[in-house]
Design a protein around this ligand. Structure first.
Ligand code: ATP
Ligand code: MG
Length: 220
């Protein structure tokens, strides 16, 4: 067996094993949810955690399907505001242990034609980076606005800046400044957004503010 076939086989096997365990997590979160309903246990934070786990498991499942086909997109009309709120809800888990205020400003909304799980995964990657750029205490501003036929999503933080030199490299596959980073987050986002007619840019990075922006056409 040549190296490529070996990598293909290994990818299929690893994917198969991950799938098995995703389904175990899916089954148990559903059992947990049903038991809480049955016992009439009401706790917003627990409900939120269960919903986020279920959504994340769906996103992992979609990512694994990408290993089978490169054109694994299931686009549909989605509400921009809903996707922004859902991404923030999922990313909030990364703020654990830090003092980060996430301010959200959703000015208006419209439908965009995207694969919802892939779009969510991109926004989560960008918010996660914003959280990681803040050492302990800071602020993240997320501004969503529809204007002139495009939905704009700006994600800004007041953490560590990206130097002019590094700004040229951040979208390159494998570029990272983090000890445990893989340098794939922004590369994947850019590619995924490009195939969905959306654009990802770094608007600016200074000592006081680093801002990324997603721009995507809205459905007329
Ligand atoms: N909001 C941000 N503020 C400061 N630096 C950033 C920000 N977003 C990205 N970067 C820089 O860009 C680099 C690449 O980001 P990318 O998300 O691609 O990889 P990563 O976060 O290092 O690793 P991972 O693959 O786990 O996401 C980061 O290592 C960091 O140096
Ligand atoms: Mg990242």
């Amino acid at each position: 067996m040549n190296d490529i076939d070996l990598i293909k086989l290994q990818t299929r096997c690893v994917s198969h094993e991950i799938r098995n365990h995703i389904s175990i997590c899916e089954m148990y979160t559903e059992i947990l949810r049903k038991n809480l309903v049955k016992d009439n246990y009401k706790n917003q934070s627990v409900d939120n955690a269960i919903e986020c786990i279920q959504k994340s498991l769906k996103i992992i499942g979609t990512s694994l399907l990408d290993l089978k086909s490169l054109n694994n997109l299931s686009p549909q009309n989605c509400d921009f505001k809903y996707l922004v709120e859902e991404s923030i809800r999922l990313s909030t888990a990364y703020t654990q242990g830090k003092n980060i205020e996430i301010n959200t400003f959703i000015k208006n909304t419209a439908d965009i034609y995207v694969d919802d799980n892939k779009f969510l995964a991109c926004v989560v990657n960008i918010i996660k980076n914003a959280i990681e750029a803040i050492e302990i205490k800071g602020e993240i501003n997320i501004i969503a606005e529809v204007k002139d036929g495009f939905a704009h999503l700006r994600i800004a933080n007041n953490g560590k800046m990206i130097s002019k030199e590094k700004q040229k490299e951040i979208f390159n596959e494998g570029f990272t400044t983090k000890p445990t980073g893989s340098g794939l987050g922004l590369h994947i986002c850019k590619e995924n957004l490009n195939v969905q007619n959306a654009e990802l840019r770094l608007n600016k990075s200074t000592r006081s503010l680093t801002e990324f922006e997603i721009i995507i056409p809205v459905i007329k």
